[in-house]
Design a protein around this ligand. Structure first.
Ligand SMILES: Nc1nc2c(c(=O)[nH]1)N[C@H]1C(S)=C(S)[C@@H](COP(=O)(O)OP(=O)(O)OC[C@H]3O[C@@H](n4cnc5c(=O)[nH]c(N)nc54)[C@H](O)[C@@H]3O)O[C@H]1N2
Ligand SMILES: Nc1nc2c(c(=O)[nH]1)N[C@H]1C(S)=C(S)[C@@H](COP(=O)(O)OP(=O)(O)OC[C@H]3O[C@@H](n4cnc5c(=O)[nH]c(N)nc54)[C@H](O)[C@@H]3O)O[C@H]1N2
Ligand SMILES: [Mo]
Length: 815
């Protein structure tokens, strides 16, 4: 087998590379030499990139695939590697280093001391072992959720869990922040998650849909990335959709980047946030009263519609959910709702829904009601009709290709006696709903309900986060900071001085994806490309790969641990093996791929073969064609508009059919001066990633995260465009820059998620405008326990206090 040292690789990329057609589709030539230097092909969540290097430094990066819609995130390679926010050396909090078992000082309020890698790993090993022996495996939380970097080998969270499995197990997590509510409710309703599945394809939409409804989706932002790496097809689809003559309706309290992009080609309708269920009920009510609903579909393919209809018409509770009733709640005129009922029922209509609408209290109800509305329209399973919950994510409508598919490194080692060693892989001993982590810290051993079962939280004594930014992603930052003081040890593996790193005991400097070799597919559903993620520059300062860090720690567990952890393979050997597996699956699909060393030297991606059959995929078509032979995975085999299973759970916050439940904090419960806070995903970041990058200049106002404010709400408070604003509630306060715009529903403001918390010690104010300092840390319901960040009220005022310079991206004292 060919092995590659870092040296030979770096030399190799400079060579002129011959063209070689790999599949029926010619790959894009990627080994471009430009004036500035050589361009190395690699990839990130934001797709295939060409990175230019000069004298060991990245000078530029750009897209490596032809594209019509620009993707700003592809330009950030230099910033990612060379930012001042990098963690340079292993660091230990001063009070912790002095006395690890009885540490002085407070996390987040202490200096850091540089140590050697050897010292850092020894300290972690000793304290981890002590905690594990004293409190058991469950006391070690390694759930470590997050968006790390692309790649099938350098998977931070998996690598952490692989090590923790060898150490005897850990506490893990259930679900995610993205679709916490939808992924639990949808299996009860549709028998499948829907949110992470191939959608009726983009070509079918283009051919058959007359009406496309963008219900709380902002694909021009969210399709800049994908979980593996974006294939770029989604942005191109929406570009084509704009050029089509279809009726496009966008339902969103904000005039999002997407709605701006569509301009006159889309009709924008702005409900109050959190009120979509009421809005859909209003439309559904009109459908029934005008007999525009499809009773035959409901009879054949659904169960429990009759019970739901009693609620809809008000026979069960005395309240008809008419369009007039809905108007009073959602703020959209009844007449417009009646028109929507007419348009939807008379045309082939695709309801594309996003996920921000379920990141709300009672979020389960949103997609359940959307499916119910789609069922009433009777178009589920028809080409171009029905609903789709992943059009805005990972290019959900891009057809699956015939491909050689890469495997990835696993959290479980090939261990146990059969493998000739005595490391029994232990895995997660206990897992709890991820977004309840602070409750778990506050209430160790406490019981909770989840999806019909009760369980108890573990008693967490150690936390290790690798590849996630939990201080930015979790709700109610001040509550998190209080709970965060409880464990005995917190380790953060990070390329950057994030807020979590600043609140840790031990911080390990990790390479970015540009400082190591890896491989990735694109598309998540499409498998459109296989991309070499080539190392572009040397590891910066003393940063190391997560893989090597955990291999060292495995050896400290017991002699021979490294060999077990690494399976005796180095980076390039792992990649060669993954590639060989992909080649094998490629062969089954009649996709020819060059051998690994040839592939690696070419500096080219492989484009997989289109599959004409897959391009015609219509979601739920098989069910529609024959519901008896192809039943859904629900108890009844049908779409469950009423769920007996959920009825049996007897949950006050998740009734057995879609129901309008007013959140605790929403426009309707706002007291004098309070506004609804929305926390949508940002255009020029991936969550907290890239907040430090130059792209920030495109959006920052008064050097802070912007807050979108309607002119009426701004005027009432004497706030003008560009002003420094204090947004606050009982949970906390943040400094933000005023963006006064009619692009948001009056009564609501938006601070996009992802700004790094930067709390001023004296005043407690977040100087960088992290929205989660203000959001409530409550579950969507006891069914799914999803993240409900979008159900919070805030007040705002012009900031008149002392100047508070930003320190979010400045390393802490001692670093
Ligand atoms: N208010 C509000 N809050 C939200 C949301 C919302 O809509 N509103 N959205 C939620 C959602 S959907 C999500 S998915 C979460 C996102 O939350 P996260 O996924 O935690 O966010 P990221 O900023 O992507 O964090 C990834 C971290 O991994 C680090 N990293 C990158 N590569 C590597 C690596 O190779 N090794 C290591 N060790 N680290 C690496 C990055 O520097 C970064 O700090 O946020 C949630 N929070
Ligand atoms: N550029 C970029 N792309 C990303 C991400 C990122 O951070 N940056 N994050 C990725 C991840 S992990 C995820 S989970 C997805 C997130 O995808 P989503 O969860 O769908 O994204 P959001 O921005 O939270 O919400 C989408 C739209 O819903 C609107 N909205 C909010 N509340 C309401 C409401 O009550 N009613 C209606 N009708 N609309 C509402 C918002 O204004 C926004 O335009 O995106 C992914 N893609
Ligand atoms: Mo997400």
């Amino acid at each position: 087998m060919t092995t590659f040292s870092r040296r030979t690789f770096l030399k190799g990329t400079g060579a002129t590379l011959g063209a070689l057609a790999i599949t029926s589709v010619a790959p894009v030539g990627a080994a471009a030499n430009s004036k500035q230097g050589m361009a190395v092909l690699t990839a990130g969540r934001w797709g295939a990139m060409l990175v230019e290097v000069k004298e060991g430094k990245i000078v530029a990066s750009r897209n490596a695939l032809p594209q019509t819609v620009e993707n700003s995130l592809q330009t950030t390679a230099a910033d990612q590697v060379h930012t001042k926010a990098r963690v340079k050396y292993p660091m230990v909090r001063k009070g912790y280093l002095a006395n690890p078992t009885q540490p002085d000082g407070q996390r987040g309020n202490d200096e850091f001391v540089r140590v050697s890698w050897e010292q850092a790993l020894k300290l972690i090993h000793e304290q981890h072992s002590r905690i594990r022996t004293k409190y058991g495996a469950e006391s070690v939380f390694a759930g470590s959720y997050g968006w790390r970097s692309s790649g099938v080998l350098h998977k931070a969270q998996t690598l952490l869990q692989r090590y923790m499995s060898m150490a005897g197990g850990y506490s893990g997590h259930l679900g995610d922040y993205s679709t916490g509510a939808a992924q639990v409710i949808m299996p009860h309703v549709m028998g499948s998650m829907e949110v992470y599945e191939q959608q009726t394809t983009y070509p079918i939409i283009m051919e058959h849909s007359n009406v496309v409804v963008m219900w709380g989706i902002n694909p021009l932002n969210t399709l800049k990335i994908a979980w593996s790496s974006t294939d770029g097809a989604g942005l191109e689809f929406f570009n084509q959709l704009k050029a089509s003559k279809k009726t496009i309706i966008a339902i969103d309290p904000m005039r999002s980047e997407t709605i701006d992009f569509f301009g006159d080609q889309a009709q924008w309708i702005a409900p109050h946030p959190n009120t979509d269920v009421a809005m859909m009920l209003g439309i559904a009510h009109t459908l029934v009263t005008k007999k525009q609903h499809d009773q035959a579909f409901l009879d054949k393919y659904t169960t429990g519609y009759d019970k739901f209809e009693q609620y809809l018409l008000g026979t069960s509770d005395g309240v008809a959910k008419s369009s007039a009733w809905a108007e009073a709640i959602c703020g959209v005129p009844a007449k417009q709702l009646d028109t929507l009922a007419e348009i939807f029922s008379k045309n082939r209509t695709m309801l594309m829904a996003g996920w921000g609408i379920q990141r709300q209290q009672y979020g389960e109800q949103r997609h359940w009601m959307l499916v119910t509305l789609a069922a009433m329209l009777g178009q589920i399973g028809l080409p171009g009709g029905g609903f789709g919950l992943s059009y805005h994510y990972s290019n959900g409508g891009n057809p699956t290709r015939d491909a050689g598919v890469l495997p990835a490194i696993a959290a479980e080692i090939s261990g146990g006696s059969s493998a000739g060693n005595d490391w029994a892989a232990s895995g997660a001993k206990k897992s709890f709903p991820l977004a309840r982590i602070v409750e778990a810290l506050e209430n160790p051993g406490g019981s909770y309900q989840h999806n019909g079962k009760s369980d108890t939280f573990p008693e967490i004594k150690m936390i290790w986060w690798a590849g996630g930014a939990n201080f930015t992603h979790h709700q109610d930052t001040n509550r998190l900071i209080r709970a965060w003081q409880k464990p005995e040890l917190i380790v953060i593996s990070e390329p950057y001085w994030t807020a979590a790193a600043k609140h840790a005991d031990i911080v390990l400097p990790i390479t970015t994806s540009f400082e190591r070799n890896d491989l990735t597919m694109t598309g998540d559903y499409s498998n459109q490309h296989l991309i070499p993620m080539k190392q572009v520059v040397e590891p910066q300062f003393e940063s190391r790969n997560d893989f090597d860090v955990f291999a060292d720690l495995a050896e400290l567990l017991k002699a021979g641990g490294r060999a077990v952890y690494t399976e005796n393979k180095g980076e390039m050997e792992w990649l060669a093996d993954f590639y060989k597996e992909a080649q094998k699956s490629g062969r089954q699909n009649r996709v020819t791929m060059p051998n690994f060393s040839q592939f690696w030297q070419q500096n080219k991606l492989i484009e997989m073969k289109p599959n004409a059959q897959n391009a015609k995929f219509v979601r739920h078509n098989a069910y529609r064609e024959n519901p008896v032979l192809n039943p859904l995975g629900t108890p009844s085999g049908k779409i469950e508009i009423y769920s007996r299973t959920i009825e049996g759970y007897k949950l006050s916050d998740c009734p057995p059919h879609p129901t309008w439940l007013a959140p605790t904090e929403w426009v309707g419960s706002a007291k004098e001066g309070e506004l609804q806070l929305m926390t949508a995903h940002a255009a020029h970041r991936l969550h907290s990633q890239l907040n430090y990058a130059k792209l920030r200049d495109l959006y920052a106002i008064a050097d802070r995260e912007p807050i979108w404010i309607h002119p009426d709400d701004a005027k009432a408070r004497g706030i003008a465009q560009g002003d420094l604003v204090r947004a606050y509630n009982a949970r906390g306060q943040v400094l933000v820059g005023a963006l006064v715009t009619d692009g948001i529903k009056s009564g609501s403001v938006c601070i996009h998620e992802g700004a790094w918390p930067d709390l001023d010690r004296a005043s407690g104010i977040c100087k960088n405008g992290c929205c989660n300092v203000l959001t409530a840390d409550i579950p969507t319901s006891q069914l799914a326990n999803g993240c409900a960040a979008n159900s919070s009220l805030v007040k705002i005022e012009k900031y008149k206090g002392a100047p508070l310079p930003l320190t979010a991206f400045t390393p802490p004292v001692g670093a």
